[in-house]
Design a protein around this ligand. Structure first.
Ligand code: ZN
Length: 278
């Protein structure tokens, strides 16, 4: 592995970085950090590919985020200013468009796709599932791994992890990673037993909810990410996040596990290389 760290899930392709994208990528590069910019619909997927073409430490994953399958969610950090009432376009997964993007050698996976029970209602969940299944089928065809966005709704008690795993077990022929893991150890164990990996964000630097999962999971099955521009790790909380900060996540994983920092750093980079073929 030629990089010291890999931020396996980030969004420097988003509008939040329009003014200083090249500097952000350079800071990561200077810190030995490679990044996988993850698409959330066609435009952000294309942007991720363009960045991968221009920067050695950038890779891309292309796909359709579950919250963009309905006309209800607009995030200014992602898409730029559009006014508070603006809604997302409600894209439906177009296999042929994404298939051609997947031919690019620096596109290392499909996603982020999956199930998001946090924002949306029953009707939209059905649409999310259909779009999820189409992306699994294309991943099977391309032989590339899935980058999964799976979020439960704690109020309703509905486990999106359980439902996503059921769909994957019935359909997927490729492996994948559950990004921003925020479930229980029981859910994590089922994911790991199925051979899928999980990744952690800067949230682990200030919330103690995931310590058990971080300690129990095999070191070969976990990875580091920032999900920038969101969830900056301590000591950068409240500011825009960026890939160079993935070092704080790696440091914290070593600390929580009580393992040698250098060993953890090297293994997490190795894992990213193995799962995404970097
Ligand atoms: Zn993301």
């Amino acid at each position: 592995m030629k990089f010291q760290f890999v931020d396996i899930h980030t969004h420097v392709n988003f509008a939040a970085f329009d003014k200083d994208r090249d500097e952000v990528i350079k800071r990561a590069s200077d810190a030995g950090v490679a990044m996988i910019n993850v698409g959330t619909q066609v435009d952000t997927s294309k942007k991720a590919i363009e960045m991968a073409e221009n920067h050695e430490n950038c890779y891309a994953i292309v796909g359709l985020h579950p919250v963009h399958t309905s006309k209800s969610f607009h995030d200014e950090k992602e898409l730029g200013e559009g006014g508070k009432e603006f809604t997302s376009r409600g894209e439906q997964f177009d296999t042929s468009v994404y298939r051609s993007m997947l031919k690019h050698p620096k596109v290392v996976g499909i996603g982020e796709c999956g199930l998001d029970y946090y924002h949306l209602d029953e009707e939209s969940i059905k649409i999310q599932q259909e779009n999820f299944e189409m992306q699994i089928d294309l991943a099977n065809e391309a032989g590339k791994p899935l980058m999964l966005h799976v979020r439960s709704n704690k109020e309703s008690g509905k486990s999106a992890y359980k439902d996503a795993l059921e769909i994957l077990k019935a359909r997927a022929k490729v492996k994948g990673n559950f990004h921003f893991f925020a479930g229980t150890w029981d859910e994590a164990k089922q994911i790991l037993d199925f051979g899928y990996t999980i990744s952690f964000t800067g949230v682990i630097t200030f919330a103690r909810d995931y310590d058990e999962v971080i300690k129990n999971a095999p070191l070969e099955m976990i990875m580091s990410e920032t999900d920038a521009p969101y969830v900056s790790p301590a000591p950068f909380r409240g500011k825009r996040n960026e890939p160079a900060h993935v070092r704080e996540v790696v440091k914290k994983i070593a600390e929580i596990r009580g393992e040698d920092y250098e060993k953890v750093r090297a293994q997490l980079a190795e894992n990213a290389g193995r799962v995404f073929g970097l």
